[in-house]
Design a protein around this ligand. Structure first.
Ligand code: F6P
Length: 403
């Protein structure tokens, strides 16, 4: 078959994860098979804007299958809000010009939720053809059964729970383990079930620590003198969840009011919002959004697990300890499942490119990999539904979910 695509660019964007190199290799090998030229772009969308590229020929991609991280480098920079020279700039057109100069027929973007949005932005605002693959340890990309990187991270987190069991048992302690996952609980719930955690706290189910403490006390009463609590980094108490929901409601109301004001009798642009502000004199002036630093966007946070451990120790009278896995779950070599998945996704991407299919995400659907319009995916997030089978499984194995 004569390929409809002659030259592609590949970039990796957002947080790294195991399997990115395997996916780069899968796309590139199959693309080369179809006769395409493959250009690697360094450090995500920033590399496209700054014109930093490398030719990915068959030698360059050799040995990538098992390597962790991404050889192309990554960043969280968005094309339309890129920190440049101390300012945040819209570099969309520059990205498009560079893609044209490189003669890219399509830009292949490997990334999570943010990457899907950025890719769609480049297509809509600059006419670039794009194709994406769903990557993230969080497993929260909409429209795909699973994301690559998730399986490996779940293995690492499960191994950590296994190891914590032997020390928690020996000392008759509570150990609270915090696990990444952004605002989704997939990683913590999956590893928690696989590792046999006694309580699993995830963002989708706001928790009540009194309930958790009662569960631990009952375990102790039946002779089980240790407990492991798996906590997702995004988990929240019922009070925190209510405060967030209330704030979202208030913001929505404010936006509605401002829109109504704007539409009011021939008002000039922005006037409605100004009036809404004047009517609430006690309101703080809006702070200027801080400029994200290139590279280090956030400092290491104090683990939420510390607070939970302290409270559980107080409520149960059992000594508690804390472990935070942090970026350990994202490091190292990909599992066999992820290597296979990345190779399947990558080669399917090249097939679609050869056929001339663009502006889609290649999604995992059962045993196959299918194109899904990017428009349907971007801006949506897949969290755990309350009736998900994993939730039922956890409950049926006497796991406390904090509710
Ligand atoms: O999206 C992947 C992820 O590892 C999340 O689980 C986590 O919240 C975030 O990235 C951490 O980001 P960073 O590596 O920028 O600290």
């Amino acid at each position: 078959m004569k390929s409809k695509t002659n030259c592609i660019g590949i970039l990796t964007s957002g947080g790294d994860c195991p399997g990115l190199n395997a996916a780069i290799r899968g796309v590139a090998k199959a693309a080369i098979h179809y006769g395409m030229k493959v250009v690697g772009i360094h450090d995500g969308f920033r590399g496209l804007v700054e014109n930093r590229t490398v030719l990915l020929d068959s030698l360059a991609i050799s040995g990538l299958l098992t390597r962790g991280g991404t050889v192309l480098g990554t960043s969280r920079d968005k094309p339309n809000k890129m920190p440049m020279g101390g300012k945040e700039r819209d570099m969309t057109q520059v990205a498009a010009e560079n893609a044209a100069r490189l003669q890219l027929d399509c830009l292949v973007c490997l990334g999570g939720g943010g990457t899907q949005k950025n890719a769609l932005h480049l297509h809509k605002e600059a006419g670039l053809r794009v194709l994406t693959l769903p990557k993230t340890i969080d497993n929260d990309v909409f429209g795909t059964d699973v994301t690559f990187g998730f399986d490996t991270a779940m293995e690492v987190a499960t191994d950590a729970i296994d190891r914590l069991h032997s020390t928690a048992t020996s000392h008759h302690r509570i150990i609270v383990l915090e696990i990444m996952g952004h605002n989704a609980g997939w990683l913590t719930l999956g590893a928690g079930i696989a590792g046999g955690a006694d309580a699993i706290l995830i963002p989708e189910i706001p928790y009540d620590l009194d309930k958790v403490a009662a569960h631990l006390a009952e375990r102790r009463r039946t002779g089980k003198r240790f407990s492991i609590i798996a906590v997702a980094e995004g988990a929240m108490t019922r009070e925190e969840a209510k405060a967030i929901a209330d704030a979202a409601k208030a913001e929505k109301k404010e936006t509605r009011e401002a829109d109504r004001d704007k539409k009011g009798k021939g008002k000039e642009k922005g006037e409605g919002k100004d009036r809404a502000r004047k009517e609430r004199p006690d309101r703080e002036p809006e702070p200027e959004a801080p400029l994200p630093m290139a590279g280090a966007v956030r400092l290491v946070q104090e683990p939420k697990a510390s607070r939970i451990a302290r409270e559980l120790q107080r409520l149960t009278g059992t000594e508690a300890r804390v472990t935070s896995l942090g970026h350990v779950v994202r490091g190292g070599t990909p599992s066999a499942t992820d290597r296979l998945l990345c190779t399947r996704l990558g080669t399917r991407a090249a097939e679609l490119l050869a056929e001339g299919t663009y502006n889609v995400m290649v999604a995992v659907r059962g045993d196959g990999c299918e194109p899904v319009p990017l428009q349907e995916v971007a801006g949506r997030r897949k969290v755990i539904p309350p009736d998900h089978p994993w939730i039922t499984t956890a409950r049926l194995t006497e796991t406390c979910l904090g509710d």
